[in-house]
Design a binder for this molecule. Sequence first.
Ligand code: SF4
Ligand code: MG
Length: 314
Amino acid sequence: MLEVEGLTVQYGEAVKACVDVSFTLAKGEILGVVGESGSGKSTLITALTRLQRPPARTTAGRIIHHPRDGEPVDLVALSERELRRYRWTSLSIVLQSAMDALNPLMRLGDQFADVLKAHGRSVERIPELLSMVGIAPERARAYPHELSGGTRQRAAIALALACEPDLIVMDEPTTAVDVVMQRLIIQQIVKLRRELGFALVFVTHDLPLLLEVADRIAVMYAGRIVEIGDAAVMGHSPQHPYTKGLRDAFPPLRAARERLLGIPGSPPDLRDPPKGCAFHPRCAVRLAVCDEVEPVLKDRDGRLTACHLNGADL
Ligand code: SF4
Ligand code: MG
């Protein structure tokens, strides 16, 4: 239902934050996108949802969406006007902080009513939408500041679902809430996906979390996808050293944290990325070729990996 082909996003002339990114998404599928801060995952999301602002701009690539009904659409080519019709009904976004989505001056119910009415839907669904994410319908009268962080985040998810889009993009939707609420929200998202059948692109720095929810996972480093494939397979046998580092980076009782324990060093400066494999300065198993030749994505058992080790056991 979504085909991303060769997507490249630049900041100004020199800085490429997203380079030649390609993937597909099937109807009802959850694709997890994982990487540290600065890996390009948020840049990818803002390009996908057309929320990017200058100096960021998409300089190459296509994002073809095949909606449930109607002709395929290239999101890169949509005008602002077409985009407004598209948002909420075909593609919804849930950001890290619900405060970005909710108007602090409006009661929750009024915000739902605004979105529903703007797209010709009945406001009678509001209680049902709130119940769907475990919010008591009476809370429609509350202002966002009267709700807990977790409730606000669930409200943002219900709002994203209000006009039944077939594609939802979530950027770190649970980082601002505690671990217990995080579990609850993730379980709700998985259940709703099963019931409603939307496809989901779920972005986070937390690979173990994705291993629980995603069907497939794309690992990003220095603006590129370095490994993409089936989540279950990737969990027990990562092929890229960075994927393995991300998997092992979190303590067993995991808490949300940006600093990774398993990978020394920090992501490269995209203004001046390392030659060869961008990961080579941090890679414990690098080869002589790695600081000279950039590895390209190669298919191995249905999984694409960009590494000169070519999937040798890590
Ligand atoms: Fe490590 Fe080389 Fe693979 Fe890069 S290409 S991840 S440096 S082994
Ligand atoms: Mg980010």
